[in-house]
Design a protein around this ligand. Sequence first.
Ligand SMILES: Nc1nc2c(ncn2[C@@H]2O[C@H](COP(=O)(O)OP(=O)(O)O)[C@@H](O)[C@H]2O)c(=O)[nH]1
Ligand SMILES: [Mg+2]
Length: 218
Amino acid sequence: MNENLSENPPGANGYRCGFVAIVGRPNVGKSTLMNHLIGQKISITSKKAQTTRHKVTGIYTDDTAQFVFVDTPGFQTEHRNALNDRLNQNVTEAMGGVDAVVFVIEAMRFTEADRRVMRLLPKHIPVLLVVNKIDLSKAKSPSELAAFIETVRAEFDFAGVETVSAKHGVGIAQLLHALKPFLPEGIPLYPEDMVTDKSSRFLAAEIVREKLFRYLGE
Ligand SMILES: Nc1nc2c(ncn2[C@@H]2O[C@H](COP(=O)(O)OP(=O)(O)O)[C@@H](O)[C@H]2O)c(=O)[nH]1
Ligand SMILES: [Mg+2]
C-alpha cells in the first residue's frame, strides 16, 4: 500500500485539518456564527437577507486541529432570478468538497425555506444540525426546545446536534469539539495566524457594503 495514502499522513501526529461548509436559509446567523468560530469579523452580517454574496473562508487553528470554514450565501428560495440561481449554485458547490456540513437553523422556527435547503444537504458527508439563537425568549423552555429539535431530526439523518447563540458566543467551543472528529488527519493547510483567504482589501470593501446595507437598506 502506498504510504502516502494511509490514514495517518506522515508528520500529522493526530493533528486534524479539514473543510466545513456553513449552510442555511438567509438570516439564520451563518455569518455571525462564522465570525465567532474564528474569533474575528470577516463575514458581514445583517438583519436583511442576502448580504453574503461571496463565499468567505474563515480559518480557526489550535494545537490539535485546523478548521477551514466556508460561509455561503443563504440559499435563495423565495425569488427565482439569475443572481439567486448563481448564489444557490455557489452554495451547492461549496458543499461539494468539504469534510462536514453545518446546517444552521433558528431555534423554534423551521420554515419551508429551511426545508428546501435541507433537501439539498449531502447524504455522503456528515451534517451537524446547529440550532442558533437559543438566547431568544421563545427558545428558553428546555422541553419545548428539545421537542422542536426532535421534529427537525426526524426529517434528516444528522450526524449530531448542537445548540448555540452565535451572537453571544454560547456553545461555540462545544461546536468546534463536535466537528473535530469529522476532520481528516493531516497537517495544517494554512499558516496558523491566517484567519481568512480573503485580502484585507476585499474585507474592507465587504465592511463598507455592510455599512451601506445598514444605512440604506437593500
Ligand atoms: N438574538 C440573536 N440574534 C442572532 C444570533 N445570531 C445571529 N443573529 C442575528 O441574526 C441576523 C442575521 O445574522 P447573519 O449572520 O447575517 O445571518 P446569515 O444571513 O445566515 O449570514 C443578524 O441581525 C444577527 O445579529 C443569535 O444567536 N441570537
Ligand atoms: Mg451571511
